[in-house]
Design a protein around this ligand. Sequence first.
Ligand code: ZN
Length: 412
Amino acid sequence: MAVCNTFEQLKKALNYAATNSPFYRQLFADHQISVDDIQSMEDFQRLPFSDKYDLRRAYPLGLQAVPDEEVVRVHSSSGTTGKAIIIPYTAKDVDDWATMFARCYATAGITRKDRIQITPGYGLWTAGIGFQAGCEKLGAMAVPVGPGNTDKQLQLMVDLHSTVLCATSSYALLLAEEVKKRKLGDQISLRKGIIGSERWGDLMRKRIATELNIELFDIYGLTEVYGPGIAVDCPAHNGMHYWSDYLYLEVIDPVTGQNLPDGQIGELVITTLCKEAAPLVRYRTHDLTRIIPGKCSCGCEYPRIDRILGRTDDMIKVKGVNIYPGQIEDTLKLVPGLSSEYQIILEHVSGRDRMTLRVESVRGASKEAVSAAVISTFKAKIGIKIDCEVLELGELPRSEKKSKRVFDNRYQ
Ligand code: ZN
């Protein structure tokens, strides 16, 4: 099993994109790049990036690099703002994706004997069907419930003895709270959770793991690059292995675009090595992570990236300080008596930024004490003075999709 990218592999992928993809033919022409001139990794690192904004301009099928008769399916990015990005797949792309996803399950210790309850959505969005195709490729039993319908979800979980839960972290938390409320803990057979699609903190992780009595594994992916299943947590829980025989990963400084050495946090950039219908070269994910140097103690030879630490778009600048969502969660962990939920409200008052952190206090903790602890911890760890509003447990919204946490009301 080849786990290392060679320059030859990368060059082959580059040639393929430059020859077959109308999008990359145009991009390279615009930058007066001839692929023949790319002779080393240094040359490769000078190639232009592509971004979701560029991909949107190729709407609807400007990324398609194969004849129509070879396309078997399309998916679309969820795109809450602007035009969606349509990604076509060949039969081989669909199969490669399932192979990667089956590897993710296997890496998490899931076997053919497992029953995998799939709660992410189906349809244009890649999530649900990716979880299912990987499950079937592995040979486990899929319970494809899709999102929502919590009553039915819990009933099937109990009756079918589902052993694995696939969900977003928000929905896993909602299910965990329902299981506790309905006292179903003794009746469920879950042992593992595969959790994808958004940044989540250790507090939330602990609550889900405790209430459902499961081991949790992060899974990573994005529609533009197959979908979920391109990287996964392993039993060592020290970063996610990614499938380097299918993908070439770089980490760059999101501001300068320069490549960063392994170990440093920056923006993840992905080049697909064998994607046929919509190859990507140096695609900026806007996800913040780092490549973890060295080998994993689990024995898996595939390289690792860290958990996703946030989005470059979510990076907020308050009083001149750059703050990542991950830093906020790490800070909240230091204050006892908080739930894992929070919201950030940003305002511009009398010519100055004001940041209010809304948190939930678990029963029994004094609101004044919690507020004072949050304010002083934030000042010590991040270096700015904030306001803190303490709510009761359950007052902040939980969602089945992604929770919006930052409300920037400045400059409106
Ligand atoms: Zn490992």
